[in-house]
Ligand binder design. Sequence first.
Ligand code: NAD
Length: 445
Amino acid sequence: DTPPPSEPPRLTVIGTGYLGATHAICMAVLGYDVLGVDVDERKIARLASGEVPFFEPGLPELLTKALESGRLRFTTSFEEAGRFGDVHFICVGTPQQPGSDAADLTYVDAAVRSLAPHLDRRALVVGKSTVPVGTAARLSDLLRELAPAGADVELAWNPEFLREGFAVDDTMRPDRLVFGVASAWAEERLYAAFRPILELGTPVVRTDLGTAELVKVAANSFLATKISYINAMAEVCEAVGADIKDLADSLALDDRIGGRFLKPGLGFGGGCLPKDIRAFAHRAEELGVGQAVAFLREVDDINRRRRARTVDLVRELLGGRIFGARIACWGAAFKPNSDDIRDAPALDVARTMHGLGGRVRVYDPAALDNARRAFPELRYGESALDVAEDADVVVLLTEWADFREVSPDALAMVVKHKRVVDGRHALDAAQWREAGWEYRALGRA
Ligand code: NAD
């Protein structure tokens, strides 16, 4: 049961990246007074001036609205954050540690260390970042240790499930909210901090801190497994000349299985799934239950093999030689409707082919600037047709709608050879073949 309404708490959001900026902006639009906090001065300046520093549909309009309402401000000062907030959301990054599968918790630790000394009144600190189970209990101790003597502070965990590309909708209308809490007071504060969303009838799971942390990694592990499952079937299809598209479509029609996350292709990437399954496997090993999730290593391996297999497919279509071939790569972002290139399969494939001597040119509707900055050695172009000029092969790597809309006849006018590798099963194979193209896709004869 929802506890009775109380004064809406004032919120801070610490870490204003993909997750934090979205959370801060949406909460302000929902009527809360929100202070966004980050250590990155440039990011804070851009947000404060009304510019979303990354691509996310719908978010720029909401940022303008939130700033105009006067309910959203940004700062780099933790002192200001401590003074301002009743509920503090921690949304900083938890990337993979270099040279290890473990999550790097430096940033969450730093956020708590910076905030805690400024919490001189009753406050709830809520972790939203994805962390190994056990982190919240440790941070809870750290928070109490570093808060001023006599301060009444508590930690809760509220894992985040938003998807880049749908971040606004996922924040405003989530499938569920998970509240990991250690007291009735923390629960009441979370209800107060999510009231407009709860009033939509959003289901809530109230649980302990550890379970809340686990829900997130369990969900991502399941999704990654579903993708690798269908890609494993694609490997078998290739061995016997069967068709993964028909197989996946047939499985999807079974209500018990469902078609979501059952799309064969180049596999998953991004700043979440790969590092989350690795960190989970690593944490489970630390806890002595590594065997229980050992399959996640296999899920990861299947996923990595897709990238190598895509390069093989391009090589096959080119008659065995990537060296010297002109290769048009469509896509750089790890998925469409995002400019995020963290562990992007598309760029991995493009870089491998570049390393093999291919004359690679990359185009992406949103991620070009990020790609250029991260991989200046690659060549880039300004449109799908531009990079395909004189190409020996076109390789679709991220399933942007823009690529699906390119007409095979229009493309035929600019390329040297009508060869296409569809790394995402995004194109209509029959249409392209009728237009005279050699069409190849993973898991299809
Ligand atoms: P991000 O890299 O885009 O943003 C992290 C932000 O934290 C950066 O702006 C960085 O400057 C800031 N930061 C780092 N240290 C700080 C500190 N000590 N104090 C204040 N700010 C600090 O990362 P993200 O994609 O937003 O992910 C954040 C967390 O949310 C991760 O744990 C991630 O796994 C999780 N998550 C992300 C998504 C997503 O779709 N991106 C979805 C669900 C969960």
